[in-house]
Design a protein around this ligand. Structure first.
Ligand SMILES: *Cc1c(COP(=O)(O)O)cnc(C)c1O
Length: 281
């Protein structure tokens, strides 16, 4: 994986070193972590003879885009179950998904909350036939296994591996794949995301039988909540782009990097720490 060293006096002043692990460049169409999360799910779907992938997401979901692109590439039909009411014209994410051949269907918010329950799944199967069902955000044990392969692609020494956190699958996997002595730090992009600790624990337990103890969650840099992009966050992203030639996306990697810089500035990260930050987008 490509590594970009970040030369920045705001880091040097605190004695920390930072590399960007450019997983955003792993595939031109699919954000790196979404591709990793799908890898073993696609193998399982094929092994079980499925021809259709069905999954869930909000109208701006990167996961829906990724499933649509992966389905097209690997010969699966795809169904995207979208939260909320249909809206025309389709936003760029949903327009992209349909251009890849994804069929869309919508669930009102109340039904959507129950999307992973049997009655809702049965109704969807009646409508679309037998499908390989991927949970919202694509996070399950197979996704965690895919993400756990990333640390082995980093052939340099680091103490802290950072990533943005939506549903927790990526953090669960990265932590599981870390070399001894390293710690993973995930930056939650949602507000009120304390439940994520249980979620990461559950995903690791589903994957390996027990959780690892080498990860932490930062819940303080959501900038108002999912997809909220206040001016201070946008200014940070713009400044980072000017300085370093990498444009953080404000939804995920911008919050991770802004949160990381805030923690470094406040001295929460000890001098001498070698930090690797995974740029998922
Ligand atoms: C989905 C996504 C994440 C979060 O991954 P989770 O496994 O859901 O925590 C991070 N970055 C980008 C760009 C994403 O699309």
């Amino acid at each position: 994986m490509r590594l970009d060293v970040v030369r920045d006096e705001r880091l040097a002043d605190h004695g920390v070193a930072l590399w960007l692990c450019r997983d955003d460049l792993t595939d031109p169409e699919l954000p790196g972590n979404k591709l990793r999360k799908l890898k073993y799910n696609l193998v399982a779907a094929r092994e079980h003879g499925h021809r259709t992938l069905l999954t869930f997401g909000g109208a701006y979901s990167n996961h829906l885009r990724a499933v649509a692109a992966a389905g097209r590439r690997h010969g699966f039909a795809t169904v995207g179950v979208v939260r909320g009411e249909p809206y025309q014209p389709l936003n760029p994410s949903l327009a992209y998904a349909t251009a890849q051949g994804m069929r869309l269907t919508y669930l009102d918010r109340d039904t959507y909350r129950r999307k992973h329950t049997e009655p809702v799944l049965t109704a969807l199967r009646e409508q679309f036939g037998d499908c390989y069902v991927l949970p919202e955000g694509g996070s399950n044990a197979l996704a965690v296994r895919g993400c756990a392969e990333l640390p082995a692609e980093l052939d340099f020494e680091y103490d802290l591996l950072c990533c943005p956190v939506g549903t927790g699958g990526t953090l669960a996997g990265l932590a599981g794949g870390l070399p001894p002595g390293a710690t993973a730090l995930g930056f939650a992009v949602l507000k009120g995301a304390a439940f994520l600790a249980d979620e990461v624990t559950r995903l690791q337990t589903d994957t390996w039988g027990a959780p690892t103890t080498n990860w932490r969650l930062d819940l303080d840099h959501h900038f108002g909540g999912y997809a909220k992009t206040p001016p201070d966050l946008l200014a940070f992203c713009e400044d980072f782009t000017q300085r370093h030639g990498y444009r953080p996306d404000p939804i995920y990697t911008g919050k991770m990097l802004a949160g990381l810089y805030a923690r470094i500035a406040s001295g929460t990260i000890p001098a001498g720490t070698r930090i690797a930050a995974v740029t998922t987008a």
